[in-house]
Design a protein around this ligand. Structure first.
Ligand SMILES: Cc1cc2nc3c(=O)[nH]c(=O)nc-3n(C[C@H](O)[C@H](O)[C@H](O)COP(=O)(O)O)c2cc1C
Length: 336
């Protein structure tokens, strides 16, 4: 399949890391990049309002230290996702990060009450005119491609993803990522990959399929059904930072690589914990990493007990010791 071409930007991949608030931080992006040198990384959503306020308080180069937008040279290609609903303010925010972004993505899919209540995220799907103005303003502000990410619609009865996608294309959006659920569904039910095929047929810009892709086989099935130009991987990357590389390998070669061993997974979890501590300090780094444990520690004997123990542990050395026990005590790997 053809590699992604987003506006004038040619990538050597068809797979992106989906943005996830509190998850796809600098550390997760770095770990995914260690596995895949080519995939499209994405930041979590960044409030354009907060970014502008921060820039007023700090010197411009201080913003680079913010873990939301911090990056390394090898993080390219990387997309920075902005939230907001004020076209000029979003354009200003985009300008602030344009020097580090290969792509600016606009969040039009976040279902969270606080975000939607503020007219941001999925609320924009109820106001296509405003959404168009945002795309136009951001396009005018930056030279890089501008993409949008949205859902099927607000509710089952308001599925406007096709007309909405056409309007975003008209406004100048260079690519669409479609999470094939409605706002009302939040994360429940099953992503409807067939709907992605409908959008793909209705527009000319690339479409990335998103929702419920947990394995290489899922990615293959989703691409077959949706005929999308690529896939975006969200939650599955939380416990498997190598999944994106394996999907890319499948797309490039048709071959399915073996899934990581428990030892490889635990080594990745240890790496994540240590990098979070390096980034945030021991106290916050340990607490921040807790949400990842269920994704890594499962399918072994006493998994629940292990998780319950380390999720309350504040001493990272003790956590590492327990994780090493999983690696070295081979009896734990048998479930019976
Ligand atoms: C914890 C969490 C945070 C998320 N934050 C964002 C976000 O900041 N921006 C966004 O566009 N989508 C966000 N999403 C949605 C994901 O990008 C993705 O669309 C959704 O999880 C479905 O894909 P998946 O089944 O591969 O996880 C978030 C999802 C989760 C679970």
């Amino acid at each position: 399949m053809n590699k992604l071409k987003i506006g004038n930007l040619k990538l050597n991949t068809n797979v992106s890391l989906a943005p996830m608030a509190g998850i796809t931080d600098y550390v997760l992006r770095s770990l995914v990049r260690e596995c895949s040198p080519t995939c499209l990384l994405t930041t979590e959503m960044i409030s354009s309002e907060a970014l502008i306020n921060e820039s007023k308080c700090k010197k411009r180069d201080m913003i680079a230290e913010n873990d939301l937008i911090k990056r390394e040279k090898n993080h390219s290609p990387i997309s920075y996702q902005l939230t907001g609903h004020k076209p000029q303010l979003m354009a200003d925010a985009a300008r602030l990060i344009a020097d580090r972004a290969d792509i600016i993505d606009i969040n039009m899919g976040c279902p969270v009450k606080k975000v939607v209540g503020g007219q941001d995220g999925c609320a924009l799907m109820k106001n296509p005119k405003l959404a168009k103005d945002i795309v136009i303003a951001v396009k005018e502000a930056v030279n890089c491609p501008v993409t949008v990410k949205f859902r099927l619609g607000f509710t089952q009865d308001e599925m406007n993803f096709i007309e909405y996608g056409q309007q975003m294309q008209e406004a100048g959006a260079d690519m669409i990522t479609l999470h094939a659920r409605t706002r009302k569904q939040m994360y429940s039910g099953v992503a409807d990959w067939g709907k992605i095929a409908q959008l793909k047929k209705a527009i000319d810009i690339p479409v990335i399929a998103n929702g419920d892709i947990k394995t290489v086989e899922d990615a293959a099935k989703c691409l077959e059904i949706s005929e999308a130009d690529g896939v975006a991987i969200g939650r599955a990357a939380m416990g498997d930072v190598d999944l994106i590389r394996r999907i890319e390998h499948y797309i490039n070669s048709g071959n399915i690589l073996p899934i990581p061993t428990m030892e490889e997974n635990i080594q990745n979890l240890k790496k994540l914990l240590l990098k979070e501590i390096e980034l945030r300090g021991e106290d916050i780094g340990v607490k921040f990493s807790r949400k990842f444990y269920p994704f890594y520690i499962s399918g072994i004997r006493n998994a629940a007990k292990f998780r319950a123990e380390i999720v309350v542990e504040n001493d990272y050395k003790k956590i590492i010791k327990r994780l090493d026990e999983i690696i070295y005590d081979k009896t734990l790997l048998s479930l019976s």
